[in-house]
Design a protein around this ligand. Structure first.
Ligand code: GLP
Length: 240
């Protein structure tokens, strides 16, 4: 697998070889990787060279280093299409996964300037603020804070938001959800995100903001979410 006569750097050859093993499933998600020492001895190359190949694959998200445990093949990312206005519950069920939410807080607060603007309300109008950890098959995927006008969506309870908000809005209240404007940007997980998403220092997250509207044009929700960038990949269909 290593050709020392090749003009290609040795770390690059090893990286390419390991990438191939991950892609063809010889190394499966969760598998431990042999140690740097084992590779170095087996291939008669330096540990530094092995480390460089492994570090590149860690940076590319294909391997994960766990303190005191070693290096493992990363879980495959969930691919999420950005073409439809779906809920977390629907997305996970469509994949055959079980969605669950842990409710971190649920209260009615007076809208501040930004929330009032996003929901087209007067400042200080009462809005629900709920923070949820969204899990798929018990793995935390995203941390989400939703703001919703308390006069528009009535009767919200902790039980409702622990399951599906969209289901309640559509099926119980009979409101028609229309469209949303969404933005996405990269960030490094802050302390709160690290705690709830169980990721380590320096881990990347995708910050998503969604402003959802009812079919009649009324703003329905303003949502800020942090998705684990090591577990999520978003795809979009584009036409020329
Ligand atoms: C996604 C969206 C949120 C929306 C939520 C509703 O996570 N990013 O804007 O509030 O779905 O999900 P559910 O119906 O599962 O509560």
């Amino acid at each position: 697998m290593i050709d020392k006569q090749s003009p290609l750097p040795i770390y690059f050859q090893l990286e390419h070889f390991l990438r191939g093993q991950i892609e063809n499933g010889e190394l499966a998600p969760g598998d431990p990787l042999p140690s740097e020492r084992e590779y170095a001895e087996q291939l008669t190359i330096s540990r530094m060279t092995v480390r460089q190949a492994i570090t590149n694959l860690v940076n590319a998200g294909l391997l994960v280093r766990q303190k005191g445990r070693g290096t493992f093949v990363a879980e495959q990312k969930l691919e999420q299409k950005l073409s439809g206005l779906t809920s977390f519950t629907e997305d996970m069920k469509a994949r055959g996964m079980t969605p669950r939410s842990t409710l971190l807080s649920f209260e009615i607060i007076p809208a501040d300037k930004k929330i009032a603007e996003r929901l087209a309300l007067k400042k200080h109008t009462p809005v629900y603020e709920m923070k949820r950890i969204r899990l798929a098959d018990e793995v935390p995927m995203a941390l989400e804070t939703v703001y919703i006008s308390a006069n528009l969506v009535k009767g919200l309870t902790e039980k409702v938001v622990a399951s599906s908000l969209y289901r309640y809005i559509e099926e119980e209240l009979g409101l028609a959800i229309g469209h949303a404007v969404q933005s996405m940007e990269a960030a490094v997980a802050n302390e709160t995100e690290r705690t709830h998403l169980l990721v380590s220092k320096g881990a990347p997250v995708l910050l998503i903001e969604r402003n959802t509207f009812l079919k009649d044009g009324k703003p329905l929700e303003y949502v800020k979410s942090s998705y684990r960038a090591d577990r999520y990949k978003f795809t979009i269909d584009i036409n020329r």
